[in-house]
Design a protein around this ligand. Sequence first.
Ligand SMILES: Cc1cc2nc3c(=O)[nH]c(=O)nc-3n(C[C@H](O)[C@H](O)[C@H](O)COP(=O)(O)OP(=O)(O)OC[C@H]3O[C@@H](n4cnc5c(N)ncnc54)[C@H](O)[C@@H]3O)c2cc1C
Length: 423
Amino acid sequence: MSNVDEPTKCDVVVVGAGAAGLTAAIFAGEAARLSDSRTIVVLDGAKTIGAKILVSGGGRCNVTHEVVTPSDFFGNHHIIKNVLAAFRVEDTIKWFASLGVELKREETGKLFPVTDKARTVLNALIERCCESDVVIRPDHRVTEIDRLPAPEAGFAVHHTHGTLKARRVVLATGGRSVPKSGSDGFGYELARRLGHEVTATAPALVPLVLDDRMFHKTLSGLSHEVELTTNVKGRNVDRRTGSLLWTHFGISGPVVMDASRFWTLARERGDKAEVYASFLPDQTQEQARQWFAEQAAGHPRRSLVKTLTIRIPERLAEQLCLYVETDPQRAIAQVRREERDRLIAELTKFQMPVKSDRGWNYAEVTAGGIPLEEVNFRTMESKVVPGLYLIGEILDCDGRIGGFNFQWAWATGLLAGKAAIEF
Ligand SMILES: Cc1cc2nc3c(=O)[nH]c(=O)nc-3n(C[C@H](O)[C@H](O)[C@H](O)COP(=O)(O)OP(=O)(O)OC[C@H]3O[C@@H](n4cnc5c(N)ncnc54)[C@H](O)[C@@H]3O)c2cc1C
């Protein structure tokens, strides 16, 4: 792109054309058209924008969830509650309808476009930007943002093709997840240089890698209900029940993804973290022991693996028996007390030998970021730098799996877009 076409001045610069940035640009653009003409420019470092929207929800884009509450997020709940109240799920549904994207609800409560294509969502956002006279500039990576002194005030946004001066800047550079999409964490550095704090960041909604000596490879592809408990420095910090998926590298599935942030953040801080699974989610160890005794009394000749298969998948039952060095085919009445005790202990409190998480390339979102306390939750304006707005994943707020992270992007984008254009 030649420098001749490069605008050098505009009213609002949005840095980052992801879900949050495009939303902010649309709301700013629409407000600008209603009042007097103001120019809004979106700069993005990626050559083609919207990579993350396109890969989201397995290529279908889980736009939001039928019920969104602060407890679906990690971060300052008071602030999250206020942000969510400004743009509710009903508003998201209506807004997308106004963009020509009809949403459908699936059994899980997740909402997807009826086309089942993430492309529908991205195209609609880009089209509305164009209709609102928002200029989108891909391949424009922002390298520095300077505050301009009075009387000019505002900002000088330096990018790979020059410098753009603006009254307001919306920072929507995302986090660190999937860096090849363009969100490589440099936005944190831009914010830090402007005076913001950035809390420790760690991959979240990420699968976990297990010690190679574990039996996970044998179970690859198997998924079932578990209760997962994360213990950090001797204290249980999270407990949740859901579907676990065994894979060739370790464990994945919604319950693992949702719990992963506790393990990754603890590791990031250098704290000891352990993950335990109960394969009998609704049972205490005592109840499991009781059940085992009943089975031994009622069906003494039934094999161990057959008995366990009443409660857990057969492949897992077999592997657990081998793990505690017991023959899966042994008749249950012949199982020695120590073996039975070991088995019950592993059934109800199995320590996952977690070696690492799968890393930023596989993380769906970032835990940590710019503290929510540093923004005004009514406008998303920075309390540190007036005229700067912070939205989306760059903030210290991450949601669980199910469309919550996009809801956060739409809501913060709306607030900042509307506020940034008012001056
Ligand atoms: C595989 C995957 C699946 C997902 N599925 C879902 C889902 O179905 N539902 C859901 O709710 N969430 C999902 N998420 C999470 C969701 O995609 C993110 O939370 C959301 O996209 C964050 O939006 P954002 O606009 O804040 O950041 P991003 O989407 O990361 O956008 C940031 C933009 O800023 C640009 N940028 C970064 N630095 C610079 C710079 N220095 N200069 C210029 N531009 C810059 C980047 O190129 C990028 O385009 C998924 C994530 C992944 C990785």
